[in-house]
Design a protein around this ligand. Structure first.
Ligand code: NDP
Length: 292
C-alpha cells in the first residue's frame, strides 16, 4: 500500500485565503484591523525564525503584527508588566509568548498572565477548561490544524480509535480532548472518537498503536513510530519536528509507515504549516470577540 499524502501546505494555503477574505470583509464593514502582539525573549535562532514567519503570515492576510523583543536577561516581573500593558491595550487582540523562554524565567507565570480573551495559543487554564467542557473559545493551534487537515481530506474519525502518543499541554492533551468532543464544529464525523493517550510510561506502546485507526505522533523523537507499530490502513499524523544530521524529520519513520498507512502527513510540509494558519484564525476570532 502506498499512503495518500496529506499536504499541509495546500490546506494551510486554503485556510489563509479564507482568513484573508474574512479579515477584508471585517475591515471593510468598519471593524478594526486585527492585531497580534508577539513577545520574543532572548536570541534563540529557531524562535526568531518562527516569529518572523508568524509576522509574514499576518501581513499576508491583513493582520497587523507587533513584535516585542526583550533580551535574555529580562526578568519574570518585567515580562508580567509587559503583558499587563498588552492586556490593557485595546488595539492588541491576540498575544503570543514565543516558547521556550530563557532559563530563569517562570514560564507558567508568564503564560498565565496573558488575558484569556487574547490567548490565541489557547494555553490559559480558562481556555483549556472551556475546551474540556466542549465549549471552546479558541482551539489550540497545532491540534486544531490536525483536525482541519483530517476534515479537509474527509478522513472522519467518529467512533474510531484515535491514539495520541504524547501528552503535552500544547499538543497531546488538547488533541485528545478535541477528538473526544461530541461536536467540534466540523460536523459529527470529526469528533466522537474513542481516544487513548500514550506517554513515556505507557507499557506495550506498539500493541496500543497497532489498534489505532488514527495514530497521532507528538513525541519529539526522530522516526520512533515504525511500520510495525501501525495498523494497515490507519491514518497517520506526524506532529513531530526533529532536526537530525540529514535534515528535518518527524516522529514517524515516513518511508516504512507510508507502505502501511492509508494516509500520512509528511515532515516537513504536513502539520507544521497549519499551526500558523490556525493562529491567524484565532487572532481574527479574538478581534471579533473583543469588538462585538
Ligand atoms: P513534549 O516534549 O512537551 O512532549 C512529548 C511527549 O512525548 C510527552 O508526553 C512524553 O511523555 C512523550 N514521550 C517521550 N518519549 C516517549 C516514548 N519513548 N514513548 C511514548 N511517549 C513518549 O513535546 P511537544 O508535545 O511540545 O512536541 C512534540 C513534538 O511535536 C516535537 O517534535 C515538537 O517539535 C513538535 N511540535 C510541532 C508543532 C508543529 O507546528 N508541527 C508544534 C508543537 C510541537 P511524558 O509526558 O511521560 O514525558
Amino acid at each position: 500500500m502506498s499512503a495518500q499524502v496529506l499536504d499541509g501546505k495546500a490546506v494551510s494555503a486554503a485556510i489563509r485565503a479564507e482568513v484573508a477574505n474574512e479579515v477584508a470583509d471585517w475591515v471593510s464593514s468598519g471593524g478594526a484591523q486585527p492585531t497580534l502582539a508577539a513577545v520574543l525573549v532572548g536570541d534563540d535562532p529557531a524562535s526568531q525564525v518562527y516569529v518572523r514567519n508568524k509576522e509574514r503570515a499576518c501581513e499576508k492576510v491583513g493582520i497587523a503584527s507587533r513584535l516585542l523583543r526583550r533580551d535574555a536577561n529580562t526578568t519574570t516581573e518585567e515580562l508580567l508588566e509587559l503583558l499587563a500593558k498588552l492586556n490593557d491595550d485595546t488595539a492588541v487582540n491576540g498575544i503570543l509568548v514565543q516558547l521556550p523562554l530563557p532559563d530563569g524565567i517562570d514560564t507558567q507565570r508568564v503564560l498565565d498572565a496573558v488575558a484569556p480573551t487574547k490567548d490565541v495559543d489557547a494555553f490559559a487554564p480558562e481556555n483549556v477548561g472551556l475546551l474540556v467542557q466542549g465549549r471552546p473559545r479558541f482551539l489550540p493551534c497545532t491540534p486544531h490544524g490536525v483536525m482541519r487537515m483530517l476534515h479537509h481530506y474527509g478522513l472522519d474519525f467518529a467512533g474510531k480509535h484515535f491514539v495520541v502518543v504524547g501528552r503535552s499541554d500544547i499538543v497531546g492533551k488538547p488533541l485528545a480532548n478535541m477528538a473526544l468532543q461530541r461536536d467540534l464544529g466540523f460536523g459529527p464525523s470529526f469528533a466522537n472518537a474513542t481516544v487513548t493517550v500514550c506517554h513515556s510510561r505507557s507499557e506495550n506502546l506498539p500493541e496500543i498503536t497497532r489498534t489505532a485507526d488514527v495514530l497521532i505522533a507528538a513525541v519529539g523523537r526522530p522516526q520512533m513510530i515504525t511500520a510495525e507499530m501501525i495498523k494497515p490502513g490507519a491514518v497517520v499524523v506526524d506532529v513531530g519536528i526533529n532536526r537530525i544530521e540529514s535534515g528535518l524529520v518527524g516522529d514517524v519513520d515516513y518511508a516504512s509507515a507510508a507502505e502501511v498507512a492509508s494516509a500520512i502527513t509528511p515532515v516537513p510540509g504536513g502539520v507544521g504549516p497549519l499551526t500558523i494558519a490556525m493562529l491567524l484564525k484565532n487572532t481574527l476570532m479574538a478581534c471579533k470577540l473583543q469588538n462585538t
